[in-house]
Design a protein around this ligand. Structure first.
Ligand code: 3H9
Length: 686
């Protein structure tokens, strides 16, 4: 923390890079600075600003699972508000969470035009716990404050000014803040905590509660409303409730899961064992081979990120469809006010659609998104080898084929990498970055930077059938199908998993993805891994031509093409299958469904770790949170394993291995070792 004296004004500069988080050391220094300024008759006013590019990212989230160190943030913020000298918050860049709560306790606030302010605690399963729920409504009204706290989204400087969250916007912030402090020194101090209760308190709370019942909000959102609802003329009364609710939320699995995901999203970007010296590649022009659904989605994601895109497809009707889908999707963003026409036109101008791979001669990166057949891939990669610059990166979007085999189709396999997008590619945040045996390390660095550039999170996987995501999904589905033959029905399994936190149940997911895709994979695996058979139920469904949504029926009926409707024929088929194979159907509880699905994911995840396919458990968790609809509050399968406790996971796997289809449950030795050593998956995340 720096202290600068400008005659009688003390300027306190928060200095805790990279985000000026208000960790214990910063809090201590700030408290000391305030105490000494208060006692110093030469100081007539104080300015607090952030060093570097931002004011503050808030409380130090990494301290939340450790014992609290004094001074706590709520106490410090109160102390600041009680300061006998006026304090001005000079806000530039980000001012989030505890950082904004600090600013709220200052007596005046001035912001730079590009400043952004938010109380995003809700996104971590928390509420603003340093007086935010009590001060923000007093300052800007209960309705506006509830909105900011319930969605956690930032407001820009001009919105903040209109709301009364800041008093002034100034281009030359440092100078204007000193000027404001000088003026404040002659005025009476305005303390936010002393403001009267907001006039709209009752009404805003009632409306928010009504929304709560309509949309079933999260516990953090419910507590935010509760904390605002108890606001009292006596500030400390509401604050005490806020503190209690904050502590309660901090201990919930949801908040721990969300914080795990927050750090995980950042951790996966670090590639273990790679030197920081590796040069970044500049990727500006990208080629996409294949104009189908996947290629089109990838192209939209690239265009949205401002890249030049060349799509090559041999078939004129596919090219025409790709172009019209891209135009419609981008134009929809204009119609919805997300971008202006000028940006849309620039995106259209950056698109080129061609019928020959010679159009790839200038690109920095090619992403192949053609049919999942090794012979087709061979043709494409052999041609790309001739038509691309020797230093261009060649990426395959394959989801299940062996990347090392694909890389061998080109003279220099070190320039081949896997970039596995998830459908719809312009929406899903996950990008599985697959490192082949020969992939050059600099390509991994380039691919991870590229993922970030196009708004995705890259997770690195080694080569295996299905990589991280689909390989685990296979074991999940295997158990789902076994449970169907043992007594469950698709609607029960889907409902149980969705209630637990999956965005979509497994049977509905397969209907959406296309049952024929799963069928083709099962046929291939039946040859490659005959010792690991599936239940025959999904094959029976495919034999009836029920490929899911696209054919109007799969596990369910889709009368309108989208909404799943239970089909008694499927129940008959499933029950008939059990009879045919002499499998005695029994009641399967929702708990068993959830537990078997989860244990299957955990066990395969552990095997993937042991084989070095994933670097860390967090890579698996992020794959599932970002690509497979695993609820963020649940933290991912490996996080869940730690919640259950590895000794219990190991014991349950061993018990299952003794039962029906026990071969599918051979416990991962890694789980056994970690359990015996009293360790967790989290211990491998460092
Ligand atoms: C809170 O304030 C509670 C209070 O109400 C009550 C308390 C009693 N703490 O995202 P980036 C790290 S809750 C610790 O890549 P960007 C991050 O992990 C908090 N660390 O940068 C990363 O580390 P590494 C409410 C933090 O420029 C590095 O900083 N606040 C924190 O893309 C760079 O981060 C929030 O929820 C933190 N608060 O985005 C804001 N923030 O380099 C959370 C970041 O080792 N933070 N780190 O991987 C953000 O939204 C973004 O980080 C921010 C910067 C927009 C600030």
């Amino acid at each position: 923390m720096q202290l600068n004296y400008h005659q009688d004004i003390l300027e306190i500069v928060l200095d805790n890079p990279p985000v000026n988080a208000l960790g214990a050391a910063s809090r201590r220094q700030l408290l000391e600075a305030l105490d000494s300024a208060d006692a110093n008759s030469c100081v007539s006013a104080i300015v607090i600003r952030g060093g570097g590019a931002l004011f503050s990212g808030g409380a130090d989230i990494s301290e939340f699972d450790k014992p609290w160190l004094e001074p706590g943030l709520p106490g410090l913020v109160d102390r600041l508000e009680r300061c006998s000298k006026p304090v001005v918050a000079a806000i530039h860049g980000i001012c989030y969470g505890g950082g904004l709560e600090l600013a709220l306790a200052c007596h005046r606030r001035i912001a730079s035009p590009a400043a952004r302010m938010a109380l995003p605690e809700v996104l971590l399963g928390l509420l603003p716990g340093a007086g935010g729920t009590q001060r923000l409504p007093r300052l800007i009204g209960a309705r506006a404050a509830l909105k900011m706290m319930l969605d956690g989204a930032p407001v820009d400087a001009s919105t903040a000014l209109a709301l009364g969250l800041v008093d002034l916007i100034a281009g030359d912030l440092a100078v204007a803040a000193l000027e404001m402090a000088r003026q404040a020194a002659t005025d009476q101090i305005r303390r936010t905590g002393d403001l009267p209760l907001p006039k709209d308190l009752r009404e805003a709370v009632l409306d928010a509660r009504e929304n709560l019942s309509k949309r079933s909000l999260s516990p953090a959102q419910a507590y935010i409303i509760d904390s605002v609802a108890v606001m009292d003329e006596l500030f400390s009364a509401g604050q005490a409730v806020e503190a209690r609710l904050f502590t309660t939320l901090l201990a919930t699995e949801a908040s721990r899961g969300l914080r795990h995901a927050f750090f995980g999203e950042r951790k996966v970007a670090r590639i273990p064992g790679l030197s920081k010296e590796i040069n970044q590649r500049d990727i500006k022009r990208v080629g996409v081979v294949g104009g189908g659904v996947m290629g089109t989605g990838i192209a939209i994601a690239l265009l949205n990120a401002g890249l030049d895109v060349t799509i090559v497809d041999l078939q004129p009707e596919v090219r025409a469809k790709a172009e019209s889908t891209i135009r419609t999707t981008i134009q929809r963003d204009v119609n919805k006010g997300r971008i202006d026409q000028r940006i849309a036109d620039a995106r259209f101008a950056a698109l080129c659609i061609a019928d020959d791979l010679s159009a790839m001669s200038r690109v920095d990166l090619v992403i192949e998104a053609v049919f999942e057949d090794i012979e087709v891939k061979k043709k494409v990669f052999t041609a790309l080898d001739q038509h691309t610059r020797p230093d261009a990166i060649l990426a395959s979007n394959t989801s299940t084929l062996d990347l090392d085999v694909i890389a061998a189709f080109v003279k220099n396999p070190s320039r081949v990498i896997g970039l596995h997008f998830f459908s719809p590619a312009n929406i899903m945040k996950l990008l599985e970055v697959v490192r082949g045996r020969e992939t050059a390390p600099e390509l991994l660095v380039a691919a991870m930077a590229f993922a970030k550039r196009i708004g995705k999170v890259g997770v690195i996987s080694g080569v295996c059938d299905g990589f991280i995501g689909n390989r685990i999904f296979e074991e999940y589905l295997r158990q789902v199908y076994f449970m169907l033959e043992e007594g469950a029905l698709p609607q029960q399994i889907d409902a149980a998993m969705e209630k637990w936190g999956m965005a979509m149940g497994p049977c509905r997911t397969m209907d959406l993805a296309g049952q024929d895709i799963g069928w083709a994979i099962r046929k291939r695996r039946a040859v490659q891994n005959p010792e690991r058979p599936y239940s025959g139920i999904p094959d029976r469904i495919c034999e009836l031509g029920r490929f899911g949504q696209k054919s109007g029926k799969g596990f369910y009926l889709y009368p309108d093409g989208r909404t799943a409707q239970v089909d008694p024929e499927i129940e008959q088929l499933i029950v008939g299958y059990s009879d045919e194979f002499g499998i005695e159907r029994r009641e399967i509880s929702d708990e068993e469904i959830i537990s078997r699905c989860l244990l299957a994911m955990i066990n395969e995840g552990a095997k993937i770790l042991e084989e070095g396919i994933a670097y860390r458990p967090i890579d698996i968790d992020m794959t599932y949170l970002l690509g497979y609809g695993f609820a963020r509050e649940r933290g991912g399968p490996m996080f869940q394993a730690d919640q259950i406790g590895l000794p219990s996971v190991f014991e349950q796997l061993n018990a299952l291995a003794q039962g029906r289809n026990g071969w599918a449950w051979t416990p991962s030795p890694l789980i056994g070792r970690l359990a015996a050593g009293g360790e967790s998956f989290e211990s491998l995340n460092q």
